[in-house]
Ligand binder design. Structure first.
Ligand SMILES: Cc1cc2nc3c(=O)[nH]c(=O)nc-3n(C[C@H](O)[C@H](O)[C@H](O)COP(=O)(O)O)c2cc1C
Length: 398
């Protein structure tokens, strides 16, 4: 039952300050195998066959991304580890970075071998500055042991912008520009950092790589559902007795995570995937946690019966309006208007016409925004209108 620790297998087991402690637990064996026994194509094929999908929110198949960068023309390629972890309610990457930086470095080095990159970056969110020295120490130890072997790994710090977790804005930020979403195509696999083929993966995605290389794609793909293989690490917070980081096989019911592991009682709704994520009413608490149902980056915020859903959605929208990069109109204007209208409902000053406007605006933003922020910003509005419409109607001005 509930937890299965694969990604987190070394966490609270090894000493994260000493690479020897990781080596005693089998660390860097996968790198040796990837370098000594496998061609870049074999590594990519293994990751493809495993069915591993990105853990940063969008769930893109990892092996396909790697293949795109591996076969892209050019000698200069880059690997980026996305450690921005800006999603509201997420703290699983922080846990991994603190407890097992070595497996992450191993995953980055295998990625480098797979696509033919000699340079990698860990993009660390500004608020995780306290982890900078810790990570630098881990990279220095890996270098000292000879694991970097012609690969240069640098850590770049963000400056506190939510949008810089979005992959194209993140690359702008590394390039020293103001972080804004880029138009696509071209995609990063052919034209990413400084216009060169680049793969960008979430911390948790890269943590899975050494395990897959060592144990094989079949081992990995036996876990999970048809379209969601392996495990997922969740950050659970809100109205629960045991907030924390939990790892479960994909497809596990939300109820097990929220009620059995985190010990929530009297649940009214659960926000899954943070500010751009989905709102599930208690009636849907048996929903499987999988890409085909609901997942995101694994942020799970629980709200009990005492919470006001319109307050939650309003605050979520205020955050997104504040964090929109402003490059595209639907997102820049849409989030502002939504925050304003939701504020009216919150104060009991809404109208039925504005309810319909919220729906129309939601579809326009989803269809026409440049990146995931604007496209997914209306999720909580749409979900709350579907499941808690009566609460909106009760706030219509008399
Ligand atoms: C507004 C926004 C913020 C994002 N923030 C993060 C983040 O903090 N960490 C992350 O890994 N991915 C984040 N993403 C997703 C990335 O754009 C990208 O899909 C991910 O880094 C790819 O890695 P993966 O395939 O391993 O998930 C964000 C996306 C959007 C639209």
């Amino acid at each position: 039952m509930p937890q299965q620790r694969i990604v987190l297998k070394n966490c609270d087991v090894i000493d994260p300050e000493r690479i020897e402690s990781c080596l005693e637990n089998g660390g860097f064996q996968a790198l040796a195998k990837a370098r000594g026994e496998m061609t870049p194509e074999q590594i990519t094929d293994e990751i493809k066959a495993s069915g591993l999908r990105g853990r940063g929110g969008a769930g893109f198949p990892c092996g396909i991304k790697w293949e795109g960068a591996r076969t892209a023309p050019g000698d200069e390629k880059y690997v980026i580890c996305n450690a921005d972890e800006g999603e509201v309610g997420t703290f699983k990457d922080r846990y991994i970075l603190e407890k097992d930086p070595y497996t992450l470095i191993e995953g980055i080095l295998i990625a480098g071998r797979a696509i033919g990159a000699k340079q990698g970056y860990i993009y660390l969110r500004a608020e995780y500055h306290f982890l900078l020295q810790h990570l630098q120490n881990a990279v220095a130890q890996a270098r000292e042991k000879g694991f970097l072997d012609g690969f240069n790994l640098e850590i770049r710090e963000g400056a506190g912008a939510y949008i810089c977790g979005e992959e194209s804005a993140l690359m702008d930020s590394i390039e020293g520009k103001r972080g804004e979403a880029r138009y696509r195509p071209p995609f990063p696999t052919t034209s990413g950092l400084w216009g060169k083929p680049t793969i960008i993966n979430n911390v948790e995605t890269l943590m899975n790589i050494p395990q897959i290389v060592l144990n094989g794609a079949d081992w990995f793909s036996q876990m999970g559902t048809e379209r969601s293989k392996g495990t997922k690490v969740f950050s659970v917070c809100g109205d629960v007795e045991k907030p924390g980081v939990y790892e479960m096989v994909l497809g596990s019911p939300l109820r097990e995570l929220v009620e059995e592991l985190a010990m929530a009682k009297g649940v009214k709704l659960v926000q899954i995937g943070g500010a751009t994520g989905r709102l599930l009413p208690c009636a849907q608490i048996d929903t499987p946690l999988a890409f085909e149902a609901v997942l995101g980056a694994g942020a799970v915020t629980v709200y009990n019966e005492s919470r006001d859903v319109i307050d939650i959605v309003h605050r979520t929208m205020e955050f997104l309006a504040e964090e929109s990069c402003g490059k595209c109109t639907p997102c820049r204007q849409g989030t502002e208007v939504m925050a304003e209208v939701l504020g009216k409902f919150h104060r009991g000053e809404g109208s039925l016409k504005e309810l319909r406007n919220l729906e129309d605006l939601s579809s326009a933003m989803m269809l026409s925004s440049l990146c995931g922020l604007g496209q997914a910003a209306p999720n909580s509005v749409m979900d709350s209108l579907q499941h808690f419409r009566a609460e909106y109607e009760s706030r219509v001005a008399k």
